[in-house]
Design a protein around this ligand. Structure first.
Ligand SMILES: [Fe+2]
Ligand SMILES: [Fe+2]
Length: 269
């Protein structure tokens, strides 16, 4: 019996070969074919670039089942409008962030989101979209909106940034793949949370932006050790904000199970 082939195509990144008219730009957008589902994870920084790269790579956004926005930063969100032009009622999963229409602690006013044309589902906790497709919700303690106004003028507040990641579980191939956008919540914490969410099962394959750009070598090594030992990661496909130094460490640690995921890269999983 032939096993299902799942595939990742990187539509948007500042790294890659830029052949066949592909445009390189800072941001991330991954097109994921999983079983019979077609998913867009993030939308890069620009409508026109995402549209162009999708055309070059033969990706038709009218066929998408789900759009998932990892967090409200424009290098992941801005291109999504091009999807809504051709697939206006697509289901969009996004973090519960009041900047993009989510609920706020201080007011329950129903906002119009810039993505109001789609069917919006805000996520503030982990849940199952359907069998094999799970949302993992985290909050970054390192970035977010910063307050130093009365009554907190002597006590600055950082409210954190809500973020979501996707865990795809393929029972047939016995493989669990975690997709991260920009890992502001720290990639090792997201991976451990994904493994806890699924009752301690390992995250076999980790894909996306690991956000290790600012880290020095010892910190990168600690992160990689946690990924391997606490989350069970044995395969990686870093992209976007992972950083070249971290990619070097990952390549050394994972060997043949390291895949550099630049724009235009296609990878079966
Ligand atoms: Fe970000
Ligand atoms: Fe980013």
């Amino acid at each position: 019996m032939t096993k299902t082939k799942n595939q990742i195509t990187n539509l948007y990144d500042a790294f890659g070969d830029g052949s066949n008219g592909l445009i390189l730009d800072w941001g991330l957008s991954l097109y994921i074919e999983f079983k019979d589902r077609k998913i867009l994870f993030d939308g890069g920084s620009s409508v026109s670039i995402l549209k162009k790269n999708a055309e070059v790579l033969g990706v038709d956004f009218s066929e998408l089942d789900y759009v998932i926005l990892s967090h409200d930063h424009s290098d992941h969100s801005a291109g999504i409008d091009t999807v809504l032009d051709v697939n206006p009622t697509v289901k969009i999963f996004l973090p519960n962030d009041y900047n993009i229409g989510g609920q706020s602690e201080v007011d329950d006013h129903k906002r119009r989101s810039r993505y109001h044309r789609g069917q919006l589902h805000y996520c503030d906790h982990g849940f199952k979209i359907e069998e094999g497709i799970y949302m993992i919700a985290t909050t970054s303690e390192l970035v977010g909106n910063f307050y130093r106004y009365p009554p907190h003028d002597k006590e600055p507040r950082l409210d954190g940034l809500p973020e979501i990641s996707i865990l795809l579980v393929d029972e047939e191939n016995e493989k669990r793949t975690l997709f991260v956008g920009c890992s502001h919540s720290e990639v090792e914490k997201i991976a451990v949370k994904a493994s806890e969410f699924s009752k301690g099962e390992s995250v076999d394959f980790l894909v996306g932006g690991f956000h290790l750009l600012p880290y020095e070598l010892p910190q990168i090594q600690t992160v990689v050790k946690t990924l391997q030992e606490k989350a069970g990661v044995n395969q990686v496909a870093p992209a976007h904000c992972t950083g070249e130094k971290a990619k070097g460490v990952l390549k050394e640690r994972f060997g043949d199970e390291f895949f550099n995921l630049g724009v235009g890269s296609r990878l079966e999983f």
